[in-house]
Ligand binder design. Structure first.
Ligand code: TYM
Length: 329
């Protein structure tokens, strides 16, 4: 049995990118593995949520995990900040992480470009904290979308370096878990790039019908094809990619043919896409709203999950401290 670890940052609600890039697989995964699913709330501090938002965001992601079908009987579902061993392992791994390699990661370089006035050390060491999340359970599989590939590579590097430094074979090198499929990238509605929480180009699982219609109708498109079988520009490809996730094949074929014959009306395509997203979201949204009201249930799940995760984390940290050479007097 493999140990699988997966995380979601609690910067906001889950969007379709999270669902189709990662969460959909969590549900299958929990049947066959020893799974840890957690909410990365320390990671969310790089953007300074208010104390109320911090707690509400965690609560919503927990409700969403449960609403899409994660089973707390089969897996451990917990909040990162409930496990105090994680920051200690993070501190220890930081001693083995070089500033140069952290500065070279794509996500850090992006942050320097997009928020030059707030390049905090938490952003620089983000991959080290992520490695601590994974290595604290000595997980060997981590389900991620394409955007997290490099962070996972860093986790492998830190694991290997620790083993080498202390001449042990202690940490496994965690591999992506994707059921043999290619890593997925779900596009956003703004015509370029991935759907993301900070990009504001996403549709959330909890969005109501009106919001979904409004967002989809505003999605970027172009002025339409002028030649038969014309190559699609990225914004149009993105609309079809989203359709592929939620619509029937016959619907996709219908609009593809219209596009190829230069008869397409993007308004019609968007209307259909919005209705199909609404249909897909409806049962999940209902569950989210119900579960998020039930504070006693959420508290129970978070406490049970934390207990299970702490047990595994405490064992790892004890062994790591021994390997490094800490000894009680
Ligand atoms: P986060 O919260 O941005 O995303 C959670 C998961 O959703 C996937 N994902 C996507 N997949 C496809 N298309 C998209 N548009 C898309 N957007 C998000 C991500 O790949 C991820 O699998 N740093 C992590 C959280 C984290 C973590 C960890 C993950 C902290 N520690 C340890 C795994 C292991 C993050 O910000 O993911």
């Amino acid at each position: 049995m493999e140990t699988v670890l997966s995380g979601i940052r609690s910067t906001g609600n889950l969007h379709l990118g999270n669902y189709f890039g990662a969460v959909k697989n969590f549900i299958k995964m929990q049947e066959e593995n020893n799974c840890y699913f957690f909410i990365a709330d320390y990671h969310s501090l790089t953007t300074y949520p208010t104390p109320e938002d911090l707690h509400n965001n965690v609560r919503m992601v927990l409700a969403e995990y449960l609403a899409v079908g994660l089973d707390p009987e089969k897996s451990s579902i917990y909040v990162q900040s409930d496990i105090r061993e994680i920051p200690e392992l993070y501190l220890l791994l930081n001693m083995n992480a070089y500033v140069g390699e952290l500065e070279r990661t794509t996500s850090f370089k992006d942050k320097i470009r997009t928020q030059p006035n707030n390049v905090n050390a938490g952003l620089l060491t983000y991959p080290v904290l992520m490695a601590a999340d994974i290595l604290i359970h000595r997980a060997n599989k981590v389900p991620v979308g394409k955007d997290q590939e490099q962070n996972l590579e860093m986790a492998r590097k830190f694991a290997k370096r620790f083993n080498h430094l202390y001449k042990v074979d202690y940490f496994p090198e965690p591999q992506p878990y994707n059921f043999g499929e290619e890593l997925v990238k779900v596009p956003g509605l703004d015509g370029a790039g991935k759907m993301g929480k900070t990009a504001g180009n996403g549709i959330y699982l909890v969005d109501d019908e009106k919001t979904i219609r409004k967002k989809v109708m505003r999605a970027v498109s172009d002025s339409g094809p002028t030649e038969m079988n014309q190559k699609m520009a990225e914004p149009i490809q993105n609309l079809f990619s989203l359709m592929k996730l939620v619509s029937d094949q016959s619907t996709i074929d219908f609009f593809k043919e219209k596009y190829n014959n230069c008869e397409i009306r993007y308004g019609d395509l968007k209307k259909q896409l919005a209705e199909d997203i609404i249909k897909f979201n409806a049962p999940i949204r209902k569950n989210i709203l119900e579960i998020s009201e039930d504070s006693a249930y959420l508290r129970k799940i978070a406490n049970i999950g934390a207990e299970k995760a702490r047990e595994s984390a405490a064992k790892t940290l004890k062994e790591v401290r021994e390997i490094i050479g800490f000894k009680p007097f």
